[in-house]
Ligand binder design. Structure first.
Ligand code: GRF
Length: 199
């Protein structure tokens, strides 16, 4: 394996529990990777706070701060290229990654989704809506999926998936908690797989 640590950028919009889990897993498992950038569409959020506390560079990049979507995507692309980012991990990032960025990082952008894709994914399927839809469908299983990001929402190749049961009496909140624990197990595992595959 090469000694050079992979440079990771994590994109977040909120609480940042997956971001924290990835950060600690890299240390505990001694993975050959380092989170060098936390990028968010929100200046203030749990993930950005955590990054600041741990000396990780933060970058607030919101499309509303730019004159056009083209300027926004090139700012994002340059930020990633300037820092020589190897892998981008989306962890609760509630924006679509611009196509120009996806094209520049083929199979180098990864997302975690709180359901068993290809079901319960796509436009508008995020947060509690996912768990509400799973409960309404009467499925007996849900879970989490780590997958590559391509130009279509939640359609990229699946890297890792793990299921959890849907229990009698589950509410969207109780199911979300069980799925989140599952996310925290499989995101570090998926990162480890990717690092092993591309040393
Ligand atoms: C997670 O459920 C993730 O699957 C989804 O957004 C949530 C983010 O949670 N994309 P956190 O910010 O990592 O705590």
């Amino acid at each position: 394996m090469s000694d050079k640590k992979k440079k990771l950028a994590v994109f977040c919009s909120g609480r940042g529990s997956n971001f924290r889990t990835l950060f600690y897993a890299i240390i505990e498992r001694e993975l050959s990777a380092e989170i060098v950038l936390c990028l968010s569409n929100r200046a203030e959020c749990g993930a950005m706070d955590f990054a600041r506390n741990y000396g990780i560079e933060t970058l607030h990049l919101s499309e509303s701060l730019f004159k056009s979507s083209g300027e926004f995507s090139s700012a994002m692309l340059h930020a990633l290229q300037d820092r020589q980012i190897d892998l981008i991990l989306l962890a609760g990032y509630l924006r679509k990654v611009p196509d120009e960025v996806v094209a520049a990082f083929p199979e180098k952008i990864v997302n975690i989704h709180p359901a068993l894709l290809p079901q319960f994914g796509g436009v508008g399927m995020y947060g509690m809506r996912v768990h509400e839809a799973v409960l309404q469908s009467g499925q007996t299983r849900s879970g989490a999926t780590v997958h590559f990001v391509n130009e279509e929402y939640d359609k990229g190749r699946i890297i890792l998936q793990k299921h959890v049961p849907v229990l009698k009496g589950d509410t969207p909140e109780t199911l979300a908690r069980r799925v989140l624990e599952c996310e925290h197990r499989i995101y570090p595992d998926a990162l480890e797989i990717l690092l092993d595959e591309h040393p």
